[in-house]
Ligand binder design. Structure first.
Ligand code: SF4
Length: 260
């Protein structure tokens, strides 16, 4: 069995297209140093600081299974009011409007999947996209921007600075990854929220607000894992098509000869 690159949740839809060539370890990747990706990183950092500032007595998240992470006690009075026209102001508007300001929120929680095949979800590996605890057998990883764990309901949210309407594959994958400790019949609420800043702009738009079962999320995650395992055993395949650019394949510039 050959070792392939780790698939992250943000590339879940590309992982199901049939092309696995880009997952080869020696396939060059555009690592995303574009202005767009830097804006996204800035927004995530700013919003994370806002939410952490709102939370009282938040204990550090440590690696383990999901339920062990559930530690935050939220206090909306802390952290002050963010400047209007900022990413965090947009996020706070959403959290307030949707009734999440009183919730116990974990931010930027990273998970990995593959080290056991029980199908019960991923393993928490820490925070802030630190993937240093990935095991050799892990095939999929992802980071949840906002996680709210309640009895029978897992709420996950991804902030977007661009179009958030295509985020469902990513959210389903994250739902599977973060599903440890839940029953298959429990619910997962998946949200993709576009945040905006600037005068005259509506501060946020909810691109996806979908509730499904934990079981459906796990099935999706498992199908991705199966695809990677199949490629690892039988070899990768190159399948060109509109998905190459529509789904932002990281190998596209080489594969389509842009750099040649
Ligand atoms: S550019 Fe297209 S064909 Fe090439 S590796 Fe990516 S998805 Fe596959």
């Amino acid at each position: 069995m050959r070792k392939l690159r780790l698939l992250t949740a943000s590339k879940a839809s590309l992982g199901l297209t049939g092309c696995t060539h880009w997952l080869n370890l020696d396939a060059w990747w555009d690592e995303g140093g574009s202005a767009k990706s830097r804006i996204g990183q800035d927004a995530h950092t700013e919003i994370e600081l806002l939410i952490e500032g709102m939370q009282d007595a938040k204990e550090p998240i440590i690696a383990g299974v999901g339920p062990n992470l559930y530690t935050a006690i939220e206090s909306p009075s802390r952290g002050g009011e963010p400047d209007s026209g900022s990413w965090s102001s947009a996020a706070k508007s959403f959290l307030r409007d949707y009734g999440f300001l009183g919730a116990s929120i974990d931010t930027e929680v990273s998970f990995a999947y593959g080290r056991d095949d029980s199908g019960a979800g991923g393993v928490c590996i820490g925070r802030n996209r630190d993937y240093s605890l990935i095991a050799p057998e892990d095939t999929i990883a992802g980071t949840v921007d906002v996680q709210i764990r309640e009895s029978g309901l897992l709420t996950l949210l991804d902030w977007k600075t661009g179009d958030g309407t295509r985020a469902l594959p990513q959210l389903l994958t994250l739902g599977g990854l973060a599903s440890g400790g839940y029953e298959a019949s429990d619910l997962a609420r998946l949200l993709s929220v576009e945040v905006r800043k600037g005068p005259g702009e509506k501060p946020y738009r909810v691109a996806i607000d979908q509730t499904t079962t934990i079981g459906k999320c796990r099935e999706y995650l498992q199908s991705l894992h199966n695809r990677i395992q199949e490629a690892a055993v039988n070899g990768t395949r190159k399948v060109k098509g509109p998905h190459c650019y529509q789904l932002f394949c990281p190998h596209m510039r080489v594969c389509h000869g842009v750099d040649e």
